[in-house]
Design a protein around this ligand. Structure first.
Ligand code: S3P
Length: 200
């Protein structure tokens, strides 16, 4: 099981406790391109909030008992996308948590609608050069096994950013310490969920 069990609930700051209370049973769903830091930031954000962390890609791999490259190779991308939508739909229902999703998940309308209805979405927006530098460290992204990964990333950004922009919250992912990005996520969640309503 990939779930990280929270141990820090008792150590939440007042701001973190207010966020968790305002979330109720809604998950925080991280969206964004490969390499944007969804899993790394998500895991740390979950620890800060004392919530479970789940990674949709890992859940898809355990459900299929195959790695993502194996699923793409054996069954093709459409099959992967159907499984991804099913797994995310299940995870959105299992109570509050931080959920990292794969870069393509938010492109499916049905998944966007479910996230809008049941969760708070957070886009980790990263620039193409940051993404390219980070994805070069790993070879397990089937979509980037192309002769021109930089061109592929540029195309995916053009297709995806207009939809990612629909997220409730946007955070600029960049090369600063992870804890700084997590601090910004906590502050943005607090603003979004707990800001006092404007005075009449
Ligand atoms: C994909 C991103 C990957 C994984 C799959 C497809 C995409 O997840 O779901 O390789 O379409 O951008 P990460 O965003 O976690 O790398």
């Amino acid at each position: 099981m990939s779930e990280t069990v929270p141990t820090a609930a008792a150590g939440r700051s007042p701001q973190e406790a207010e966020i968790v209370a305002a979330l109720g049973d809604r998950p925080v769903v991280l969206i964004g391109m490969m390499g944007a830091g969804k899993s790394t930031v998500g895991r740390r954000l979950a620890l800060r909030l004392g919530l479970p962390f789940l990674d949709a890609d890992t859940e898809i791999e355990s459900a299929a008992a195959m790695t993502i490259p194996e699923i793409f190779e054996t069954h093709g991308e459409p099959h992967f996308r159907d499984g991804e939508a099913r797994v995310i739909s299940r995870l959105l229902d299992g109570g509050t948590k931080v959920l990292a999703t794969g870069g393509g998940a938010f492109m499916r309308e049905e998944t966007r609608d479910r996230i809008r209805e049941k969760a708070i979405s957070m886009w980790l927006e990263a620039e193409a050069d940051v993404i390219l530098r980070r994805v070069k460290r790993r070879a397990d992204r089937p979509l980037l096994k192309t002769p021109d990964p930089a061109g592929t990333i540029a195309r995916l950004i053009a297709e995806r950013y207009p939809l990612y922009r629909e997220a409730d919250i946007t955070i600029a992912s960049r090369d600063v310490p992870h804890e700084k990005i997590v601090d910004e996520c906590v502050a943005a969640l607090h603003d979004y969920l707990c800001a006092a309503p404007p005075q009449p």
